[in-house]
Design a protein around this ligand. Structure first.
Ligand SMILES: CSCCC(=O)C(=O)COP(=O)(O)O
Ligand SMILES: [Mg+2]
Length: 226
């Protein structure tokens, strides 16, 4: 029996094009100016040091760190400090109303129904927890963060690693078999299944014929109460 659902964002609750065509370019455009004006701020300085650590250059200048971050963006690297800095930059965009967090229309009704039936809802994305709260706090449907009991990002581990799902199960207190992971990416679902979770793959675009997971076109086709 499913007691908790953990959902991915990009390609699952929200259009991948919103992330890649709106959020990522916004962060890239504002990165250098944001770092120039915030690099003395302790939380920003800590992330810049984490980038220096990640590239193995503890003495890297700010300019070199910005270059490394731009290269990470080019390869869509799920770097924890990059994700933290992107979230900080997006905060201004959301607050100014430059964009709202995209939600597929089937998502909110399903989340509301599942929560009303007693199923706990969580988010797991490579985007930082702060970025997740912004997307759902400033979503197309308004602030839907009260629906969620918790959020997980790469601090718990990467999404294609089984240990990440084992850690989330421990942190939420649910048995692995009581957890359902929703994602568009087969390799993430493989890792969750390896940890004993149930899985459903969202096919929002092209078919994935190599997948062994149950597949649905949208959230209305998922029946965790059954
Ligand atoms: C919190 S929305 C931005 C998502 C993001 O930054 C990202 O890299 C998406 O990665 P995912 O592993 O969740 O597909
Ligand atoms: Mg995804």
């Amino acid at each position: 029996m499913i007691k908790a659902i953990v959902t991915d964002i990009e390609g699952t609750t929200s259009d991948i094009r919103f992330v890649h065509n709106v959020l990522f370019p916004y962060a890239r455009q504002h990165l250098a100016a944001f770092i120039a004006s915030h690099e003395q701020q302790p939380d920003v300085a800590a992330e810049l040091d984490a980038v220096r650590n990640e590239i193995g250059q503890p003495q890297a200048t700010t300019r070199e760190v910005v270059s490394a971050l731009l290269a990470f963006m080019d390869e869509d690297r799920k770097s924890t400090p990059l994700k933290a800095l992107q979230g900080m930059i997006w905060q201004t965009g959301y607050q100014q109303g430059d964009f709202t967090g995209h939600l597929y229309p089937d998502v909110l009704p399903a989340l509301q129904k599942w929560q009303a039936s007693g199923i706990a809802l969580y988010v797991y994305s490579s985007g930082s927890v702060a970025a997740q709260k912004l997307l759902f706090g400033y979503s197309d449907a308004g602030d839907i963060t009260p629906l969620f009991s918790g959020y997980f990002d790469t601090h718990v581990g990467h999404k294609r690693e089984t240990a990440s799902y084992q850690a989330i199960a421990r942190k939420t207190g649910f048995a692995p078999g009581e957890l359902l992971f929703l994602s568009d990416i087969r390799q993430e679902l493989d890792a969750a299944r390896e940890a004993g979770w149930q899985t459903v793959q969202l096919i929002r675009g092209a078919a994935d014929n190599a997948s062994q997971h149950p597949q649905v076109g949208d959230f209305s086709a998922i029946n965790p109460e059954a």
